[in-house]
Design a protein around this ligand. Sequence first.
Ligand SMILES: Cc1cc2nc3c(=O)[nH]c(=O)nc-3n(C[C@H](O)[C@H](O)[C@H](O)COP(=O)(O)OP(=O)(O)OC[C@H]3O[C@@H](n4cnc5c(N)ncnc54)[C@H](O)[C@@H]3O)c2cc1C
Length: 286
Amino acid sequence: MDAEVLVIGAGPAGMTAALQLQRSGIRPLLVEQDRPGGALLNAGLVENYPGFPAGVSGPALVARFLDHHRSIGGEIVAARVARVSPAGNAWAISMSGQEILARCVVVATGTVPLKLDIPGEAELAGRRVFHELRDLPPETSGTVAIIGGGDVAFDYALTLARRGTRVSFIMRSGTPQCLPLLRERVAACPNIYLILNAAPARLEESGDSVRVHFREGGPEPVISDGLLVAIGRRPDTSFLAAGIAAQPPLWFAGDVVNGSFRQVGISVGDGLRCAMEINRYLRGNR
Ligand SMILES: Cc1cc2nc3c(=O)[nH]c(=O)nc-3n(C[C@H](O)[C@H](O)[C@H](O)COP(=O)(O)OP(=O)(O)OC[C@H]3O[C@@H](n4cnc5c(N)ncnc54)[C@H](O)[C@@H]3O)c2cc1C
């Protein structure tokens, strides 16, 4: 067996699972396809994670998780898991061109951002159009348009406004779906301009900027250096072979299974719980 436990994803859930497994004397293989930290790297100010009465930025909280992880000798392997399929009483894993066998698997792969699916989005992605704040380069941060209306979009608007960015905040409806306190903070920000009831129809590059065109009857096009799309997130478990269920020796933890209950504290709790269950499972099966 190459790994007794494979943990897929080094966000809050995966890092916590790995931490607790390590404490139980099980050395997990923790793999991450991108920068460790997951969705939390996008968060401007986390105010509901205990222990930080003044709040903490997502990247600062991730730095603490990583320090803790390293302090117990944990490692993170850079790899993307492309396939998990049953192999007798183990799992066959295909990751970044390598094939390995793992006895237990923790799927802590979080969520991916939803797309607008309008003309111009795919062509400009990574250049003028972004789906995660952490990917927004400084040169596109003078003026930024945000499309969305939930907590994440509001958090993005406030983070950018704090950095001095001029934000055009575009909502498809007239009613934001966010915490009232975020709405109040945005309303008090002089450099955030709200554009309500505006449904984007297509995106176009125009010199060094991006132009958002709206459906007929909508406002004039919005022009900005960059566009951030924050219209929701969904889990992507397409790497799991058909029919794989959440039962030992495979566990799910964090946002990947929590629907709209996407919170750091819940992911951390999930990671801890599944590590304790794995410890029990392996002790019973040794
Ligand atoms: C803007 C914003 C603000 C937020 N603010 C708050 C807040 O104030 N309070 C709060 O509690 N929560 C907040 N959240 C939510 C919080 O960030 C998430 O709930 C948390 O990060 C989920 O952790 P997770 O480990 O389940 O998933 P994620 O953080 O999504 O981590 C999953 C990891 O798995 C990796 N991965 C995925 N697929 C693969 C694969 N095939 N192979 C290898 N690796 C893979 C991903 O790259 C990622 O790093 C916010 C989120 C955002 C976006």
